[in-house]
Every structure is written in structure tokens, then in C-alpha cells.
Design a protein around this ligand. Structure first.
Ligand SMILES: Cc1ncc(COP(=O)(O)O)c(C=O)c1O
Length: 384
């Protein structure tokens, strides 16, 4: 999107590719030269726009991409051929062939899956690459620790399937240190057993963003961050082993405009349901963003936006395309002025964590809820 298009936009996202590049460099610096980085780009690269982010990460030397769907993998392939891609979810039966044909590595949790993958690979006369997932406490995917060695051994004896990786996923790094420690110790034990009985997979990984901030991956050859690549700390991890000085910068800013400013008298109800009534004369701005853009209705009456660098409260219910904001404290406000929903303006700043608190959710959901109709504009990096 060009700057003329920004001038015409009602609600848009700006992505700072230099910040993203620097965040990846900091992750590399933190984990050291021997540990590889699998960047997680699920859900349109956490709402940042998959293709542009994939291009930037390829230029910046990511080692592998983690995706949720084959469509995401295919989008990455259109940006650059040959990059290692791991599908983090369990492939559906009718997705296995496409994954093998497109060299997308598959997550393996059971011998039934292995059989399906092996049969398909044999029929295609190709090799399938799998990362064996061990369930150390997440309870979502993965083989139980007791079954891991047997499954790894089965993979090793399948001529059409290669054991490319071994991994696990932390369930609550930020809040439960001892649970996480147990997960890590279990994983380390399984890694040693797999090594002894089925060889050493190339990619051994566990740490998401919280994991790599809180502890260094002594057990692993790779880390698997998402949120931190985009410059956002998992809530709670600030208390942990946080790098000093703080190097990570949010790459995404979310903006809209003022479309109308009006005075309302005391007693005026604002927006659907009349959940807000003016107690005194007020100046109210209509802002061109709503839940149709991903600005959740749960933020109604809770959140603030930045106008002229100052925080202004959202009044009453957020509607599909618009919301109302109190600008009484500002001297002069005009239609067309920029409003920051997430990001910096002057000395003001709204972080994804702030929006998440106001919306009663987590930063991951804030980012991935920004709607497709909201154009993404790229700055820095190799952006045109
Ligand atoms: C399996 C897996 N690994 C890694 C990540 C990245 O997590 P984070 O964004 O907390 O770094 C996710 C995120 O959902 C995930 O599902």
C-alpha cells in the first residue's frame, strides 16, 4: 500500500520491518550461534501479513518456518523456494499428500499417523519428514512420554519417513515455573532415550517466546518463537530472565482516523445500548475503526486510543466500523486526524498487552484478530 493509499485509508496497520529484523537478530544473539530459529508465522504472521514477513525473515536468515496450515506453507513457497517448513498442527488425512509433495515437514503424535504418512510417501515414491512431538504437559498434540521411544524407533524403520525433529510445547511458561521445569526435564529425558535408541534428530526444540526468555535452551538445537519475533513480550515474562537493555521492539502499529467531532450535552446517551451517558457537556470524536476491523467489542468502555499523543477513553459500545472517543481535554481536534489504536504517538504508547487487558484477552489474540479488510503497510526492510 502506498502513502496515498494510507491517506485514503480509514483503518490500517503499519509494520516496521526493521524492527522485525532486529528482533530476530536479538533472538539469535540470545540463543547463540549453535541454536537455530524456527519462526512461527501462523495466522498471517500473527496478523502482520504472511508474505511480506516471510520475505523479510528469509532475508534475515530464519532457519525454518512454523505454520498452522498448508495454505500458509504454500504462501511461503511463493515467496521463496526450498525453505524448511514445519506444520505445527496435526495434518488431516487428506492433507498428508499435499504436505509430502510440497516438502512440508509434519508433526507426528501417533503410530496411526505414522502409518498414514508412510503409506502416502511410499505411494508418491517420496520421503516424508516428520518431527515427533512429545506431550510433556500441554495435552494437545504429541505422544505420551512413555510411548516416544517406541514411536521414534518405528519411524527409523520406515524407509519412506525420516525423523527430522523431536519437540514439545510448554503449556504455561510465564506463570508456572515448576510445571515448566518438569516439562523441560521430561523432554530432556526423552531426548536422551530417543538418541540412544533411534538416533539424534537434527531439529530438537521446545522453547516458544516465553521459554527462550526464561531459560536458555540447553536441551535443544532450535527455538520456536512467535510473539517475540514481532517484538511483544508474553505477559509475565518481564519478571523473568529478561534481556537488558530491553532490545525487542513491537513491529506493528494499528491506526484509524477521526471522521467527525461533535459537542454533546449532559444526559446524552452514546452508542448502542446507551451504556454511556454524558454527565456534562463533552466533545466526542467518531473514530473509523470497529469490531469489523478486529477492535473487539469487549473493549467497549474499557479502552483508550491516542490522539495528539494523549490517551482518550473509548465511550460506550464499540460498533462494527466506528467508535466514539472522549476528546474534551484536547484543544482542537479535526476530522482526518490520525488515531493510534496500538503503537506510539508522540510520547504516548499503547502496547498489545494494554489492548489485551482492556479486551479481556491475550496479545496473541489481539494481533490475530485484526481483520483482513485492514490493509497492511510496510516500512523499512526491503519494502517498496
Ligand atoms: C507449537 C507452537 N510453537 C510455538 C509457538 C509460538 O509461541 P509464542 O508466540 O508464544 O512464541 C506456538 C504459538 O502458538 C505454537 O503453537
Amino acid at each position: 500500500m502506498t502513502s496515498n493509499a494510507v491517506a485514503a485509508a480509514r483503518c490500517w496497520v503499519e509494520v516496521d520491518l526493521d524492527a522485525l529484523r532486529a528482533n530476530l537478530a536479538w533472538i539469535r544473539h540470545r540463543v547463540g550461534p549453535k541454536v537455530r530459529v524456527i519462526t512461527v508465522v501462523k495466522a498471517d504472521a500473527y496478523g502482520h501479513g504472511l508474505k511480506s514477513i516471510a520475505a523479510l525473515l528469509m532475508q534475515s536468515g530464519t532457519d525454518m518456518f512454523g505454520v498452522a496450515t498448508l495454505a500458509e506453507a504454500a504462501a511461503i513457497r511463493t515467496v521463496g523456494a526450498g525453505w524448511p517448513i514445519l506444520m505445527l498442527g496435526a495434518a488431516l488425512p487428506d492433507e498428508v499428500e499435499g504436505a509430502i509433495r510440497d516438502d512440508v515437514m509434519l508433526t507426528l503424535s501417533s503410530s496411526a499417523e505414522l502409518q498414514m504418512i508412510a503409506t502416502c510417501a511410499e505411494r508418491l515414491k517420496r520421503k516424508a519428514f516428520v518431527h515427533l512431538k512429545v506431550d510433556t504437559g500441554m495435552g494437545r498434540l504429541g505422544v505420551a512420554p512413555e510411548g516416544a521411544v517406541a514411536l521414534a524407533t518405528q519411524v527409523r524403520s520406515s524407509p519412506h519417513v525420516e525423523l527430522a525433529g523431536l519437540y514439545t510445547h510448554y503449556a504455561n511458561v510465564e506463570e508456572e515455573a515448576s510445571f515448566t521445569r518438569n516439562q523441560r526435564l521430561t523432554f530432556r529425558r526423552i531426548r536422551d532415550l530417543v538418541r540412544a535408541h533411534a538416533g539424534d534428530p537434527e531439529w530438537v526444540h521446545a522453547a516458544n517466546s516465553g521459554g527462550l526468555l526464561l531459560e536458555l535452551p540447553d536441551t535443544c538445537s532450535a527455538v520456536r518463537p512467535g510473539l517475540l519475533v514481532y517484538g511483544i513480550y508474553p505477559p509475565g515474562s518481564r519478571l523473568g530472565n529478561r534481556p537488558h537493555p530491553d532490545p525487542f521492539k513491537p513491529a506493528l502499529a494499528w491506526k484509524a482516523k477521526i471522521s467527525l467531532v461533535k459537542e454533546v450535552s449532559a444526559g446524552t446517551r452514546l452508542s448502542y445500548g446507551g451504556t454511556f451517558t454524558a454527565r456534562k457537556r463533552m466533545r466526542v470524536a467518531t473514530v473509523t475503526a470497529g469490531y469489523g476491523d478486529g477492535y473487539m467489542r469487549a473493549a467497549s468502555g474499557q479502552s483508550e486510543v491516542l490522539i495528539q499523543g494523549r490517551l482518550c477513553p473509548v465511550l460506550g459500545r464499540v460498533t462494527m466500523d466506528q467508535m466514539l472517543v472522549d476528546v474534551t481535554r484536547l484543544a482542537l481536534v479535526r476530522p482526518g486526524e490520525e488515531v493510534v489504536l496500538l503503537g506510539k504517538q508522540g510520547s504516548g504508547c499503547i502496547r498489545a498487552e494494554d489492548l489485551a487487558t482492556w479486551m479481556g484477552t491475550i496479545p496473541w489474540e489481539v494481533l490475530t484478530s485484526i481483520a483482513y479488510r485492514v490493509p497492511r503497510v510496510y516500512r523499512g526492510g526491503q519494502a517498496a
